[in-house]
Design a protein around this ligand. Structure first.
Ligand SMILES: Nc1ncnc2c1ncn2[C@@H]1O[C@H](COP(=O)(O)OP(=O)(O)O)[C@@H](O)[C@H]1O
Ligand SMILES: CC(=O)N[C@@H](CCC(=O)OP(=O)(O)O)C(=O)O
Length: 299
């Protein structure tokens, strides 16, 4: 009897959750959601499975998700095995000719296919590509001191639209071509922002291993404007790997992405929580002039 009551309570809670999701399901119908899955957010097999389920769920309810992934820790591990040293400047890896080969092997191979397989196992149809496929993301050199690090210049996102049309979930590795046969290593956040900007995505979700952007007291800031982001960067409160994320957020917003959310990809169903519940998750960055979203995040 007690068990039956518990089951009933669970069912009521589930129904309530579904009900809460309805306005968001309506709001996001047909929306393009770019999800950056950082290497630190990937975690174990279970976390990967949950992430894949969230992505398949999105597609199932009529959204168009695009996954752009990172894989920094996996690159580090192979570089270490090969005895190749690597350093970071402002959150980006200094990339020489030997390093870029390892980066392409790890990102376009190991990591990309692991995500593709997880999404397909969860019942979706995923296809893995990189910035090289159909010249999706042609790059220039970002900064001479970084070596083969690319800065996206020409975006050809038609291939992504074609994949949406076919019911396929694109999974993009941030490796890209240059004009003179170069292979570029692109920071995953930068690539996700460029893709979201070119698609004028409804949302860019940057999944990482912290619960959001933190202020000087270490508290997560739930909502910020681009001006506030610039201020925190000048003060040095935003540093290291968070810099490419917030830089990306600002650029994406400038290019017409409605809002960017930086959130903890290790928490269960992070994407669904952000998109389909009143509560939301992480730090939402959007211009103060953009109309508030339906979601009341202490608004
Ligand atoms: N103000 C800040 N708020 C939150 N994290 C910050 C901040 N400044 C620096 N960071 C660092 O940024 C890291 C996230 O970047 P990174 O490790 O590159 O993530 P990913 O691999 O997911 O792309 C956090 O783990 C944290 O150490
Ligand atoms: C230029 C640059 O820094 N490229 C990154 C690409 C992978 C990445 O961005 O991975 P995360 O998202 O897991 O950090 C790198 O070499 O690590």
């Amino acid at each position: 009897m007690k068990k039956q009551i518990m089951n009933m309570r669970d069912s009521i809670a589930t129904a309530r959750t579904l009900n809460e999701a309805l306005p968001y399901l309506q709001r996001y119908d047909g929306a393009i959601i770019v999800v950056k899955f950082g290497g630190n957010a990937m975690g174990d097999a279970e976390a990967m499975e949950e992430f894949a389920q969230d992505i398949v769920f999105m597609r199932q309810v009529g959204l168009n998700p695009v996954v752009v992934h990172g894989g920094g820790p996996m690159i580090n591990s192979l570089l270490a095995k090969l005895g190749i040293k690597s350093e970071f400047i402002r959150g980006k890896r200094v990339t020489d000719a030997a390093t870029v080969e390892v980066v392409e092997m790890v990102l376009s191979g190991l990591v990309n296919k692991r995500i593709v397989q997880a999404i397909n196992d969860a019942g979706g149809r995923a296809v893995g590509i990189s910035g090289k496929d159909d010249d999706l993301m042609v790059c220039d050199y970002d900064d001479p001191e970084l070596g083969f690090v690319g800065r996206p210049r020409d975006m050809r996102v038609q291939v992504l639209r074609d994949l949406f049309q076919a019911g396929i979930i694109p999974v993009v590795a941030p490796v890209a071509p240059g004009d003179n046969g170069e292979t570029f290593n692109v920071n995953g956040d930068t690539a996700a922002g460029a893709i979201a900007g070119a698609l004028k995505a409804d949302r860019l979700l940057l999944l990482t291993d912290v619960s959001g952007v933190k202020n000087a007291d270490g508290e997560v800031i739930t909502q910020m404007t681009p001006e506030e982001v610039r201020e925190l960067t000048t003060q040095g409160v935003i540093s290291g790997g968070m810099i490419p994320k917030t830089e990306t957020a600002l650029m994406a917003i400038e290019q017409g992405v409605r809002a960017v959310v930086i959130l903890d990809g290790r928490i269960q169903n992070a994407c669904l929580l952000e998109l389909f519940t009143d509560h939301g998750a992480g730090s939402l960055i959007r211009s103060a002039t953009v109309a508030p979203r339906v979601k009341p995040r202490e608004e």
